[in-house]
Design a protein around this ligand. Structure first.
Ligand SMILES: Nc1ncnc2c1ncn2[C@@H]1O[C@H](COP(=O)(O)OP(=O)(O)OP(=O)(O)O)[C@@H](O)[C@H]1O
Ligand SMILES: Nc1ncnc2c1ncn2[C@@H]1O[C@H](COP(=O)(O)OP(=O)(O)OP(=O)(O)O)[C@@H](O)[C@H]1O
Ligand SMILES: [Mg+2]
Ligand SMILES: [Mg+2]
Lengths: 266, 266
């Protein structure tokens, strides 16, 4: 059964998509089979993995999976990275956000689709993914709730800035509420510090506060601010493919290895 | 009648809150009366203006204003900046996002509250604000829709990064749809390039693309990436108060002056 990790933080611009793309690529490069699910109507993870948001091509996407109109197998697309697939998203996904139908079961659409996918893979004797990474939008709406209900654990990218720190306790509270009412297994898998610049006082203060608040949950490896990371998406490539040897790529490889160590220690 | 400007962009972390706080402060410092409205449940604009998100103190906030349970005069609070007030927000505001009541009139709650405020100020012979700046959350949900229905125009902070550029046409389309169906006056007042670093190729590419796409709508003054800007919120102060002479403060003063010139040219 695949390990499902939601990459979530309601604060905007903290590196959720960048982490989903590059952590996924690093895990695939060390042999894991990775399925990325783009749960953000902005579709940044789809673009960053080189999969066009082609609304015209009308291939099934995350919207159809959540509505039960397509299976994950029908919606997933290969990427240029071996062992990594993605279920792409586009602006149509906003239809789910606006759907006034607040049936409780709506929160479990993604969980149900993933469970059906695991069953179908076994029946067809196909490989299931070993990791599913879900890129969440910057909010705590029905899309992020779907991710938290489908996930085994949450990875929290945290930008080393004041406003990002301010939102952390709200996110942790929300994860606890989902665990109490909707998904009893859900835990915080870890917090990854992003856009980390050790020379800046603000980064040092935020890092000190977060480690005091969440202790061992905070990864020892951090992701530095690195311009190559932000250039890679304009080429539709993960930074590990765009420039394997830059500081950003090396950092995501170190974080992927730490993730595996943490998973093994489960 | 106050000029109402929504500061909106569904892409996260592009500098919406930073622009609302610092553009507001710069306008107040050159004599304008500014009312900031925090429309984001994260409450970052409230914190950055030194107004606690005190849920315990139970003072009225943006939620009560949208539900018609408090007037703007009851909810607005002074800040340390002369001529600048803020209607604070806190996490309770999420209740509006989840409200399944999709009555059309819900989109006009903020517009109606602002109109009532202008009428009440006239009756009581009090000064109305000359500018209202609305800080929007990173989405195109009912809260941002309220801002777009209440606003005369939209200021778009645009981070000089690939994913931010990708979302621009969606935002422009949404503004046009709101103009066609909900608010016939709505226009794009201008695009302000944020976290601009002229030495980076990515910044140059994004700036070139945006100026080709939106021409004169793009402000000639840009906001540089400046660490002092990101340090100021941890002191509950706008950067103009925290460090008047840093590059960030000077840039927001230049942008405020350009805003006034553009408004006069209307
Ligand atoms: N370590 C880094 N160094 C430099 N730039 C980075 C880094 N991580 C992310 N970025 C850039 O910062 C911006 C924000 O990152 P990203 O879009 O991944 O955040 P997000 O949390 O997914 O945003 P949203 O809340 O809109 O979904 C992007 O333009 C990205 O390229
Ligand atoms: N010009 C700048 N230079 C350096 N840092 C900046 C600049 N503008 C904003 N920041 C920092 O970048 C982060 C994102 O900015 P901000 O929170 O204002 O964006 P936002 O669009 O309001 O985010 P959200 O989408 O979560 O509402 C903040 O930590 C802020 O302090
Ligand atoms: Mg993202
Ligand atoms: Mg903000």
């Amino acid at each position: 059964k695949p390990r499902v990790l939601a990459i979530a933080n309601q604060k905007g611009g903290v590196g959720k998509t960048t982490t989903a793309i590059n952590l996924g690529t690093a895990l695939a490069s060390i042999g894991e089979r990775v399925l990325a699910i783009d749960l953000d109507p902005q579709g940044n993870a789809s673009t960053g993995l080189g999969v066009p948001k082609s609304i015209e091509a009308r291939t099934p996407s995350t919207l159809e999976v959540l509505l039960g109109e397509a299976t994950i197998a029908q919606a997933e697309q290969p990427t240029t990275i071996e062992r990594m697939h993605v279920v792409p998203a586009n602006i149509d996904l906003m239809a789910v956000e606006r759907d006034p139908n607040t049936r409780q079961s709506r929160n479990f659409a993604l969980r149900d689709a993933l469970q059906a996918h695991a069953v179908a893979c076994e029946r067809d004797e196909r490989d299931t993914p070993t990791y599913v990474l879900i890129d969440c939008p910057p909010s705590l709406n029905v899309l992020t709730l779907n991710a938290l209900c489908a996930a085994d654990a949450v990875i929290v990218p945290l930008q080393c800035e004041f406003f990002a720190l301010e939102g952390l306790s709200l996110l942790v509270d929300t994860i606890e509420q989902v665990r109490d009412h909707l998904n009893p297994n859900l835990t915080v898998q870890g917090v990854i510090l992003t856009m980390h610049d050790g020379r800046q006082v603000l980064t040092q203060q935020v890092e000190e506060d977060v480690r005091a608040f969440l202790g061992k949950k905070v990864y020892s490896n951090t992701i530095p601010r690195n311009v190559t990371i932000s250039e890679a998406p304009s080429h539709g490539l993960p930074v590990l493919v765009y420039d394997m040897h830059c500081k950003g790529s090396q950092a995501y490889i170190a974080v992927a290895k730490e993730l595996i160590r943490r998973e093994r220690g489960l």
